[in-house]
Design a protein around this ligand. Structure first.
Ligand code: PLP
Length: 453
C-alpha cells in the first residue's frame, strides 16, 4: 500500500522547493494525520512539527475551536465571489483585523497567499501614485536577503538570488538596500556599537531618487527565507521614519511574522511603526487554510474611490479572495487568541526557549544562535573565528534534515541555517524535547565534517 503510494507520488507529483532527484530511491515523509504539535506518518509515528508546516500553524494542528468554525461554515456557504458580493465571515474578519492592527490601517483587501498579499500592496501603491498626481513614483525599494514570494512581481523584490536568479531577465528593476545582517554586518559594526550605519545607503538613495520611489517593502524584524536574519527594532523604526519622511509608502510584509510568532501579535508593535500597507497570510487562518489580507489606509482607499468613469477602480482579484470557509477559520483562530489568552503565555515560553538554546552557542560549527519570539536559528559555519560559511555544494542542511526525521522532528534548514519556527501552543516540556532532539542532530560532529575546531 505504502510502496504503491510512494510510486504514484514519484509518477505524478512535483513537490515545491524540492529536488525530486533526492527522492529517486528514497521515500518522502508521508503524513497521514496531525494533532496539536505533531504530524503522524502512515505507520503512526509522531514528528514534532518544529517548523509549523512552513511557518503557518499557530495553535497546533486541528485546534477544536478552528475545526468547529470550519464545520459550521461548511454547512452554510462554501464559496462565493467577493466582487460586488459579500458575506458575514469576510465582513467580521475585516472588522477584527482592523481592530487588531494600528491606525491608520482601516481597509482590508483579501487574497489567498502571501505572494499575492504583497503583490497587491505593490500594485495599489503604484496605482495610488498614478491617480494622485505623482505618476513619477514608479520605483520600489527592497532589501537584500528579503523574500516576498515567488510570483514575478514579488521575485522582482526578492533578495535571495539562489531562488530567483534563473528569472533575472524578466524581473522589473527595483532598488536594493543592504541586509541588516548583524552577524555579517555590511557596515563592519558590532551589535554593541551599532548605530544602524547600514542605513547610510538608504539616505544616499533617498537624496538621489526619493521623488521617484513609490514604496519600500520589508519583512519586519526578521528576514525569514533569506536566512532567519534577525535585526534590531531600532533599525525598523529608523527605516520606517526615513521612508515616511519622504512620503514613500511603507509596506510591511508580516506574512511570516504575523499572529504572535515573534512574541507580539504583529512584529511591527516592537518597533512602534505603522505602515501604509500590511501584508498578512500564513497564520491568518491559524495555518489550516489558504488566505491572505492586505490592509491599507483610508487615504489610499479614497484615491481609488469615485465614479466608475473616472477609471480609478482597482482591477485585481483572485477567484478564492475572501473564501468564507477560510474566513471562518481565521475568525476561529482569533477566538483562540482571545479565549486562551495565547499572547500572555508567550513570554515564559520564549524565555525557556532562550535557556534551552544557550548550549548550542558553544558548538564549534555554530557561528551564531539567534532568537525572536518562538523563532530560533543556528547559523552553521566551517570556521567560527573567520565565520566561513559552508559552500552551497556541501549541502550541510541535508543530513540534518534526514537525521532530524530519525529523531522525530522536522528540521528543514535554509542553506546553512538550522531553525525552529514553533507553534504558539508549544509547551515548556515540548521545548525541552524539541531542543533536546535538535541537539542530537545539530550537536553531532559527524554531521559537520571539515569544521575547524
Ligand atoms: C515574508 C514572506 N512573504 C511572502 C511569502 C510568500 O507567501 P506564500 O508562500 O504564501 O506565497 C512568504 C513565504 O514564505 C514569506 O515568508
Amino acid at each position: 500500500m505504502d510502496n504503491d503510494l510512494q510510486a504514484k507520488d514519484r509518477q505524478y507529483l512535483w513537490h515545491p522547493y524540492t529536488q525530486m532527484h533526492d527522492y529517486a530511491s528514497r521515500d518522502l515523509l508521508c503524513i497521514e494525520r496531525a494533532e496539536g504539535l505533531f504530524l503522524y506518518d502512515r505507520a503512526g509515528r509522531p514528528y514534532y512539527d518544529t517548523i509549523s508546516s512552513w511557518w503557518c500553524i499557530v495553535h497546533g494542528h486541528n485546534h477544536p475551536t478552528i475545526m468547529a468554525a470550519i464545520r459550521s461554515q461548511l454547512a452554510r456557504l462554501d464559496q462565493v465571489l467577493l466582487a460586488g458580493v459579500t458575506h458575514e465571515p469576510a465582513i467580521l474578519l475585516a472588522e477584527k483585523l482592523v481592530q487588531l492592527t494600528p491606525p491608520p490601517l482601516t481597509k482590508v483587501f483579501y487574497s489567498d497567499n502571501g505572494s499575492t498579499a504583497c503583490e497587491i500592496a505593490v500594485k495599489m501603491s503604484i496605482q495610488y501614485w498614478r491617480q494622485s498626481g505623482h505618476p513619477e513614483r514608479t520605483k520600489m525599494v527592497a532589501l537584500t536577503r528579503g523574500y516576498h514570494g515567488d510570483t514575478i512581481g514579488t521575485m522582482s523584490l526578492g533578495g535571495v538570488p539562489e531562488f530567483h536568479q534563473a528569472f533575472s531577465g524578466m524581473l522589473f528593476e527595483s532598488y536594493r538596500l543592504p541586509s541588516p545582517y548583524c552577524y555579517r554586518c555590511p557596515a563592519g559594526q558590532h551589535p554593541a556599537s551599532c548605530g544602524c550605519e547600514c542605513l547610510a545607503a538608504y539616505e544616499a538613495l533617498l537624496a538621489a531618487h526619493g521623488h521617484e520611489i513609490a514604496a519600500l517593502i520589508v519583512e519586519p524584524l526578521i528576514q525569514a527565507a533569506g536566512g532567519m536574519i534577525i535585526y534590531p527594532a531600532s533599525y525598523l523604526a529608523r527605516l520606517a521614519a526615513m521612508t515616511q519622511a519622504h512620503g514613500i509608502h511603507l509596506i510591511l510584509d508580516e506574512v511570516a511574522t504575523g499572529f504572535g510568532r515573534t512574541g507580539t501579535m504583529f512584529a511591527l508593535e516592537q518597533a512602534g511603526v505603522s505602515p501604509d500597507f500590511l501584508c498578512l497570510s500564513k497564520g491568518l487562518t491559524g495555518g489550516c487554510l489558504p488566505m491572505a489580507a492586505t490592509l491599507t489606509t483610508e487615504e489610499i482607499y479614497q484615491a481609488f474611490y469615485g465614479d466608475y468613469a473616472a477609471g480609478r477602480t482597482f482591477f485585481h482579484g483572485h477567484t478564492f479572495t475572501g473564501n468564507p470557509i477560510a474566513a471562518a477559520a481565521a475568525l476561529g483562530s482569533l477566538r483562540v487568541f482571545a479565549e486562551e489568552r495565547v499572547l500572555a503565555g508567550l513570554p515564559d515560553k520564549i524565555a525557556h526557549l532562550r535557556r534551552c538554546l544557550a548550549r548550542f552557542a558553544d558548538l564549534p560549527w555554530v557561528g551564531e544562535v539567534r532568537q525572536l519570539g518562538l523563532i530560533a536559528a543556528l547559523e552553521l559555519v566551517k570556521d567560527k573565528e573567520g565565520k566561513t560559511p559552508f559552500a552551497a555544494e556541501e549541502r550541510v542542511g541535508w543530513p540534518i534534515y534526514l537525521e532530524g526525521l530519525k529523531q522525530g522532528i522536522v528540521l528543514r534548514p535554509l542553506g546553512n541555517v538550522v531553525y525552529l519556527w514553533l507553534p504558539l501552543s508549544v509547551t515548556m516540556e515540548a521545548i525541552d524535547e524539541i531542543t533536546g532532539r535538535m541537539w542530537q542532530v545539530a550537536g553531532d560532529p559527524a554531521n559537520f565534517p571539515g569544521v575547524v575546531c
